[in-house]
Ligand binder design. Sequence first.
Ligand code: URA
Length: 432
Amino acid sequence: MNFNEIIRKKRFSEKLNKDEIDFFVKHFTDGTIPDYQASALLMAICINGMDEEETYNLTFAMLKSGEILNFNTEKLIADKHSTGGVGDKTTFIVTPLFAAMGGKSVKMSGRGLGHTGGTADKIESIPNIKINLTKSEILNQINKVGACMITQSENIAVADKKIYALRNATETVESNALIASSIMSKKLGCGADVIVLDVKFGSGAFMKTKEQAEKLAKIMINIGKEADKKVSVILSDMNIPLGYNIGNSLEIIEAIEVLKNNGDKRLRELSINLAAKMYSLAFSEKFETSLELANSKLSDLSAFNKFSEIIKAQGGDITYIEDTNKFKKAKHKKEIFALSSGYISKIDTQNIGKVSLILGAGRLQKTDVLDLSAGIILNKTLGDKIQKGELLATLHTDNSEKIEKAKNEFLKSIHISKNKPHIEPVIYKILD
Ligand code: URA
């Protein structure tokens, strides 16, 4: 098969057949197809799209490029995955909460992508934590404490690892076909029986509109059902960063606040709904009943205690969970003050994600080393009233040279006007 022909077909919006898609995945994974040719095809897919059949074939080719786990446990294993957002720290709440409700989950997470942070990077801000577990370690841990939070195994959806890194470097992230195949190949490879997807829309998400997000959601639900999995989607708003903290350890600290029954209401609401959806699918329970259980296990600190158990089982230092002041502080802080009075009427959330990357919380290049204490703490969010000169946010970084650029970008991302804006609820729709 001639790979140039495959690129050419997609460049002119023709449909690729299963053999062509299998050829691309197989030979990009084994290194025969170089990055520059794969990039050209990814860009053509990004621009011209793929239909459901092509997306389905791409997903299964990527799934078959790696190992497919099967835990064979008595209870159904559940997993949740987000399409990526800014300040998205729900994993650290949902995973222990679902385990405290009696569920079992193996939460495999990726590294940062585009302007969004990576959950695997965030977990690593807890000192000594081990996030590369073998299959028997995973089984042992889910039997003992109900859940683990780990990085994606090297052996699952091997093709995705390479494609993901290339997409990140070539501005080819925003594509329904590429996002659906990336997420679903990993989820199907992880051995979960129940998959709950948090599909985000809005300025901080890859899908900018509800319609695009819903289309992506339906594709992923169909792929999951085709593979005999129980799948649901929560469509959630990402026009506002989720919570107030953005950056690796800063997000862990905020998640712990919610686990301690304080913290941001939108973050709490989304987390409870995700855990409840996992429970209702895994235990065939009514959603309302599952919501009540999730609420009570968060309120009575069972989820907080479970979080400590999970971290301890993975070798993490739980004194940081007990006292979040122990997390390393960034060397430099810069307070940013409002330039005018009014309401915060719009936030360019994607740009806020980029500010966090500039500060060192994410990778601009594949090889960048993260500054785990870098990021942003917002003092005000969408809809809040603010006076000129009042504190808007504090930037945190170890690299003082980045602060001015980050400050200017941050100020460009926040709009202040006389009128109070309409604020969308954090959950738009739940789809089964
Ligand atoms: N998360 C993934 O795992 N892959 C994507 O393409 C986007 C979000």
